[in-house]
Design a protein around this ligand. Structure first.
Ligand code: SAH
Ligand code: SF4
Length: 351
């Protein structure tokens, strides 16, 4: 199967041009068509020679994704179920914020980390996505935005790498995706507008600290002690909280950046004041932000979302202890909101 041209970083496309008997600057022209004009067919690149277009089409495809289902929420959230070339399914979500349009991308087909509360974790990983398969999600959402009627052009301005999959378990492809989406000759989405979330793969957190890019890092913590965290996140057996915190401290020191801890509020599991107290001890003195996330019910797991009262008490406790904290706003409540849910549902229907 031919790779997608979205797989190539700018420098790789320049190298490809030279190897294929073309001038280096053709890379810039092609990127202009891909990311500025945002074409959906090679044939739309009308200042490119027939010969080069043929070479491109012999080596690459343009989009590796086809849209299977799109759900639009009354709050503007749009959720896309895409089919990849090998027939597997992935999900992408567009969230309109006051500050811009954010796209949540998938990095793997399924996930092997197997967290007990997560819809993606119930479906074993089938494979990693390539950088271009991640990039194509952003481009198809952008092309969809281009068709919407609105007063001013809508552009994707923020990326969250929080869809299906563990990005740090597909590190090289995920990093290439970052270089592509961030490149000034392409979409040029600023590093500070990109957020990646990991379940806590310690060696990769350390590696990521050395990349020299200002991307935001979020850690899925979800529990303030090893016993509880191991019971809901198997990854905690491999990288327990003290090791995780050491890596996070190193990340903060090397990058001089604030870290975000994600904390899904699950009724009676991790949402009591005793947990808040342990959490405060864990993050005290760190340049960290706690993001309390309302749990999205996943049918087969049996967890429930915390009550409003428990969330406020937890929030107030952290505030009182001078911990930076916020409760994440919810999107697409009337559609299958949690990442992985729409895909999980489709796969169940089809079996
Ligand atoms: N694998 C990475 C990134 C994808 S998951 C990670 O785990 O961080 C993105 C976020 O969604 C994580 O914080 C994850 O814990 C959270 N999440 C998973 N299932 C959820 C659910 N049912 N309700 C709310 N958040 C969930
Ligand atoms: Fe994988 Fe993240 Fe879901 Fe855990 S929460 S199973 S790491 S996608």
């Amino acid at each position: 199967m031919k790779p997608t041209i979205y797989d190539l970083t700018y420098e790789q496309l320049e190298a490809w041009m030279l190897e294929n008997g073309e001038k280096k600057f053709r890379a810039q022209q092609i990127w202009n068509w891909l990311y500025i004009q945002q074409v959906s067919e090679f044939s739309q690149m009308n200042n490119i020679s027939k010969v080069l277009l043929e070479k491109l089409a012999n080596h690459f495809i343009l989009s590796p994704l086809t849209l299977k289902v799109m759900q639009a929420s009354s709050d503007g959230t749009r959720k896309y179920l895409f089919t990849l070339n090998d027939g597997t399914l992935i999900e992408t979500v567009l969230m309109p914020h006051r500050y811009g349009n954010s796209v949540c991308v998938t990095t793997q087909v399924g996930c092997n980390i197997g967290c007990s509360f997560c819809a993606s974790g119930t479906l074993k990983k089938q494979r990693d996505l390539t950088a271009g398969e991640i990039m194509a999600q952003v481009m198809l959402v952008q092309q969809d935005l281009n068709t919407l009627e609105s007063d001013e052009p809508q552009r994707v301005s923020h990326i969250v790498i929080m869809g299906i999959g563990e990005p740090f378990d597909n590190y090289d492809n995920f990093m290439d995706f970052i270089w592509i989406v961030n490149h000034p000759k392409g979409l040029a989405i600023g590093a500070r507008h990109i957020t990646v979330s990991t379940s806590g793969i310690v060696p990769k957190i350390r590696q990521f600290a050395q990349e020299g890019i200002q991307v935001n890092l979020a850690i899925s913590l979800h529990a303030p002690n090893d016993e509880l965290r191991s019971s809901i996140m198997k990854i905690n057996n491999a990288y327990p909280i003290p090791e995780l915190m050491d890596a996070v401290r190193e990340y903060i020191q090397v990058t001089n950046r604030r870290i975000t801890f994600e904390y899904i509020m699950m009724k009676g599991v991790n949402d009591q004041i005793i947990h808040a107290r342990q959490l405060v001890k864990l993050v005290r003195g760190m340049n960290a932000y706690i993001n309390l996330i309302p749990f999205n019910a996943v049918d087969e797991h049996g967890y429930q979302r915390s009550t409003k009262e428990d969330v406020s008490a937890f929030f107030d406790y952290l505030k009182k202890e001078k911990i930076q904290v916020m409760v994440r706003r919810e999107f697409g409540h009337d559609i299958d909101a949690a990442c992985g849910q729409l895909r999980a549902k489709k796969l169940t229907e089809e079996n």
